[in-house]
Design a protein around this ligand. Structure first.
Ligand SMILES: C[S@@+](CC[C@H](N)C(=O)[O-])C[C@H]1O[C@@H](n2cnc3c(N)ncnc32)[C@H](O)[C@@H]1O
Length: 199
């Protein structure tokens, strides 16, 4: 398994595939264990790296993961087969905004097109269990979000603005409380607010 993980990391570097950063992943793995998470819906599989790294934590873990890019999807199929975790990881080829998924998940992991985070959140929060968590990755976007003074292309500036909008959206969400974590490329952990039942 370690050899496969190393190969995937090398492949991601070589072909410029944005997989989860080490510190973010370690933090996420710990969060999953501490919260007894057994079912995860991941939006954005890339080559299957994070799905494999999460599934290997626990033989009872079940992950559904969606990837729209043909080449990355094919590579993810290959990597998941090599990992021997095909019983635990269900890989879906498609655009997460166009397909429909059934299920009820302990965790929804948003790690796809940054400009669409609000849409992913709104579409998929309906599949979250009552005490589940939504984890969003790359909210720092390589430090650009905290350092808008840095030189940026117009498209990068647009993307950073969308990530900031998402952060404000989470901060003001009436149904969710969100914790922002400065690990890896910046993570957010959102949980449903507890509603007080008043008689
Ligand atoms: C940051 S990468 C995912 C990395 C992966 N979670 C990991 O850490 O190993 C984001 C992936 O999301 C995919 N993606 C972007 N928008 C998507 C969408 N609407 N539906 C499905 N996949 C999408 C991209 O093709 C890309 O491979």
């Amino acid at each position: 398994m370690d050899k496969l993980i190393e190969e995937m990391e090398r492949y991601a570097r070589e072909y410029d595939i944005p997989i989860m950063q080490k510190e973010g992943l370690v933090f996420f793995q710990k969060l999953i264990v501490e919260n007894h998470i057994k079912t995860i819906l991941e939006i954005g599989s890339a080559i299957g790296y994070s799905a494999i790294q999460l599934a290997r934590l626990d033989p009872d873990m079940h992950i559904v993961t969606i990837e729209r890019d043909d080449e990355r999807y094919a590579k993810a199929v290959e990597n998941i087969e090599r990992s021997g975790l095909t019983d635990q990881i269900e890989l879906i080829h498609g655009d997460a905004l166009e397909i429909d998924i059934d299920g009820n998940f302990d965790c929804i992991f948003i790690d796809a097109a940054k400009a669409q985070y609000i849409r992913f959140f709104e579409k998929y929060e309906t599949l979250l269990k009552e005490d589940g968590i939504i984890v969003s990755d790359n909210l720092s976007f390589h430090g650009y979000v905290e350092h808008p003074e840095r030189k940026m292309s117009r498209s990068l500036r647009g993307l950073v603005r969308k990530i900031k909008n998402y952060i404000v959206y989470l901060e003001n969400h009436e149904k969710y409380d969100t914790l922002f974590i400065n690990e890896g490329d910046g993570l957010a952990i959102s949980r449903k607010k507890k509603t007080n039942m008043v008689e």
